[in-house]
Design a protein around this ligand. Structure first.
Ligand code: DLL
Length: 433
């Protein structure tokens, strides 16, 4: 198995900590000198760069949040003059207003390095033809993968998102071997192939680099089966970099974190206290090489767990589990916590259901209620109301047993729930309305 940067990806123990500490000091010094809003946060907490004498002192540093970007919109988080910034992106703003992120030329070089690492880990090589079906634009997915895959030496097709027929034509005519998009768009393409006369198993496609939203193992199995490829997960977020924070290798047992560029911690989302390896909590990231917009102890809102054991691929860095969801995506229905990813997982366990669904949350009187709209498989939808009712009941019983909360299920015809070339919208919350 190839490793893009063997030296950095096999670092561990004291050698890794030495690099992390040195880069952390540089990062703090840069923030201090630039006087970004985080410096004021440090001063309030009574710490300065000098207070950090070892990596253990990291916990003395205050945490930062997406809110910091919002409050300092648009460019208040910059630690360099705008002159030194060569690119701006913005987060998708799925859970609030937009945040702007800047990159220096050095940041862009590092970004292309980090994407090259996870692409290589997933099995991408220079002879590959990579079709990027992430939307190009403010979203970091398109450009992030673009330069990373060019760095690997692959032939890049900047297809951008949407227009599924064009996607298939490009794949067929140009012999695409690597597909890059969100897992829900991959799922959509897998289903649409049949209707549009594209046979994945006849195609040259062999690897998928999927990320930007949570997806379960069940979805992976479907995509791998329907497309005949190896589907891998990769993780990142705009405020920290974009894609390239972590990604799976061909063994697909957790995402390798680029620890020479990020210090990762997992904390209790309630108390902010650091958790042990193997415990699930919120991922907190500190950047170690970002120049334009470094962040320290940034609360990602993403739930996962971390562990460090050498992987069979040879990499020695810490790994993180597939992201369960965001802390702010968690629904509390009559006291029970429900994540969209749990609904997805439960739905996939029922034969005759497709993993295209929408969760509607409402308040009836004092009580919150949950309704799941879900598509049934081709051929199952029928006019036989008794049969449909029985099937609905079966799905409801299954969801209740897995989620511990009563769910009303509404079956929908195949292809009736809106598809997105980007991140899927899973929740419609009508409680505030
Ligand atoms: O989604 C960056 C990215 C682009 C990652 C392409 C991977 C591939 P944002 O738009 O700022 O950036 O959204 C970041 O998306 O905090 C997670 O909640 C979610 N997310 C990203 N990757 C994954 C993943 C990009 N592999 C937010 N699994 C993050 C689950 C993910 N959630």
């Amino acid at each position: 198995m190839n490793i893009w940067n063997r030296e950095m990806e096999t670092l561990e123990g004291a050698a890794l900590e030495a690099i992390q500490f040195e880069r952390l000091k540089e990062t703090l010094a840069r923030i201090w000198k630039a006087g970004t809003p985080y410096r004021a946060r440090m001063e309030d907490a009574g710490v300065s760069p000098e207070s950090i004498r070892s990596l253990d002192d990291l916990e003395k540093l205050p945490m930062s949040r997406k809110m910091d970007f919002r409050e300092n919109y648009p460019l208040g988080m910059l630690a360099v003059p705008l002159d030194a910034v060569v690119r701006l992106h913005a987060s998708s703003g799925t859970t609030g207003s937009r945040t702007i992120v800047g990159y220096t030329a050095g940041d862009l070089r590092n970004w292309a390095e980090l994407v090259a690492r996870f692409a290589t880990a997933a099995g991408v090589v220079a002879s590959d033809v990579a079709q990027i079906s992430f939307t190009y634009g403010l979203f970091t997915g398109g450009f992030g993968l673009h330069y990373g895959l060019e760095n690997v030496g692959a032939t890049v097709i900047p297809a951008s998102g949407g227009n599924t027929e064009l996607q298939f034509a490009l794949m067929r005519d140009l012999g695409t071997t690597v597909l890059v998009c969100t897992p829900t768009y991959a799922l959509h393409m897998a289903g649409a192939g049949r209707g549009l006369g594209f046979d994945f198993h006849e195609s040259r496609l062999r690897v998928g680099l999927f990320g930007a939203e949570p997806w379960s193992e069940g979805i992976r199995e479907r995509i791998e089966r329907d497309m005949g490829i190896s589907a891998t997960d990769n993780y990142g977020l705009s405020e920290v970099l974009g894609p390239g924070v972590a990604g799976e290798c061909e063994l697909k047992d957790g995402m390798h974190i680029s620890e020479d560029h990020f210090i990762a911690e997992v904390v209790d989302p309630e108390t902010g206290k650091r958790l042990r390896d193997g415990q699930q909590g919120e991922l907190v990231l500190t950047t170690l090489a970002r120049e334009a917009m470094p962040v320290v102890r940034f609360r990602t809102g993403d739930l996962t767990e971390m562990w460090r054991e050498p992987c069979g691929c040879g990499r020695r860095n810490a790994r993180m589990r597939k992201v369960l969801g965001r802390t702010d995506d968690m629904l509390i229905i009559r006291g029970v916590n429900v994540y969209p990813s749990q609904v997805e997982k439960a739905l996939l366990q029922v034969d005759g259901i497709e993993p295209h669904f929408l969760i509607m949350v409402d308040r009836r009187g004092e009580l919150d209620s949950l309704e799941v709209l879900v598509e049934v498989s081709e051929g199952l939808f029928s006019d036989d109301t008794r049969r449909m009712r029985e099937f609905t009941k079966r799905v409801e019983t299954h969801l209740k047993s897995v989620l511990n909360v009563r769910v009303q299920v509404t079956l929908k015809e195949p292809n009736s729930i809106e598809r997105s070339p980007g991140k899927a919208k899973r929740i419609v919350d009508r409680r505030e309305a």
